[in-house]
Design a protein around this ligand. Structure first.
Ligand SMILES: Nc1ncnc2c1ncn2[C@@H]1O[C@H](COP(=O)(O)OP(=O)(O)OP(=O)(O)O)[C@@H](O)[C@H]1O
Length: 331
């Protein structure tokens, strides 16, 4: 049975619940990160992205989880968050990592609260009462599944397959099993509004796990690739408030370096690097033109490591020469 995800808000999804969610530690921690690096940023919908958003929204509404996959910095997380925002309900951002455990997802007992009462009201009578209560901390997935939130599970292949097994039951059976927990019930039912959007980077080799086929088989996996130079230029100009000409210089430069790296089968700088260069220049009033030494220095700082790795250069001289040559070709 697939999870039935609908956009309609149920009665249980009250404002009170949303407030409660915002207060919860899982939300606060993720939301801070979300606020600072993702949500404040404006998502620019190119024609292709708008069409993809509209299609993937339909898949989710039909009850099927979507998985965006692609190289680093290509825009998977932005896309997943934008898709999540299409549904009028709280979004929980979950980061895949080796340490993520069933206790993080389901909840667990994290300690004890002790209460001691000594009653010596009558001098000859000494009465002592001691109470020990286990302290329960709710897990993130448990909360999302119970209350019907949208989970964006970023870089999920960085978590151990054993941990990701929980998602199999959630997606297939519509229940969250409460393994090894001192709970009355052995599972809880998934809220009809619950949905999950996955992201992963197939080119990442360090710190990732092979995903079980059974889980992959249940996801609609959509590759996200770098856009063409013209589109990237438009998105960069709009996102960072620089002119199209300036955006063009940065994108042409980044694309050329990316190509050089790809020829050597190495991953080159991403659209994220272009955003970083543009933001640094705009915030520091650095003129974006290939004759400006300060601009060339910024580009060099952002790119040198990629060049040295893919070209195998051992010193900066050769690297800087190549960067200068490539910058000259940007106009
Ligand atoms: N359509 C878009 N509109 C605005 N900004 C975008 C868009 N696509 C990507 N970006 C920007 O590009 C950068 C990289 O995007 P994002 O973090 O989503 O990539 P990613 O593929 O998830 O990367 P990683 O695998 O490293 O996490 C961010 O600064 C993001 O804001």
């Amino acid at each position: 049975m697939a999870v039935n995800n609908t956009t309609t808000k149920t009665k249980e999804q009250t404002d009170e619940e949303k407030n409660e969610f915002q207060k919860s530690s899982a939300f606060t921690e993720n939301q801070k990160e979300n606020d600072s690096s993702k949500q404040e940023e404006h998502f620019i919908k190119t024609k292709e992205k708008a069409e993809l958003l509209s299609r993937t929204k339909k898949y989710i509404e039909a009850g099927f989880p979507v998985h965006f996959t692609g190289p680093s910095g290509v825009g998977k997380t932005s896309m997943a968050l934008e898709l999540a925002r299409q549904f009028d309900q709280p979004v929980m951002l979950l980061h895949g990592n080796h340490e993520l455990s069933n206790t993080d997802l389901l909840g667990g007992f994290t300690g004890y609260t002790s209460k001691k009462m000594i009653d010596n009201y009558v001098r000859t009578v000494y009465k002592k009462e001691e109470n020990l209560t286990e302290q329960w901390s709710p897990g993130r997935l448990m909360e999302a599944v119970k209350k019907g939130y949208t989970v964006v599970y970023d870089e999920f292949t960085r978590s151990k397959p054993e941990t990701n097994n929980l998602f199999l039951s959630v997606l297939e059976e519509g229940v969250l099993p409460l393994y090894g927990m001192k709970q009355k019930n052995s599972f809880i039912r998934v809220h009809p509004n619950f949905m999950v959007i996955f992201t992963s980077n197939p080119k990442e080799f360090a710190g990732v796990y092979h995903t079980q086929d059974a889980l992959m088989d249940r996801l609609i996996t959509i590759p996200i690739e770098n856009e063409d130079e013209k589109t990237e230029t438009r998105v960069l100009a709009k996102k960072t408030n620089i002119t199209s000409r300036e955006a063009g210089i940065i994108i042409t430069f980044i694309s050329r370096i990316r190509k050089t790296c790809e020829e050597k089968k190495e991953q080159g700088p991403s659209f994220r690097t272009a955003v970083m260069i543009a933001e640094i220049c705009r915030k520091n009033n650095i003129s974006i033109n290939n004759e400006n030494k300060t601009f060339a220095d910024v580009c060099s700082d952002m790119i040198s490591a990629y060049i040295m790795k893919c070209k195998g250069y051992e010193n900066q001289n050769k690297t800087e020469r190549l960067i200068k040559q490539e910058l000259k070709k940007t106009e």
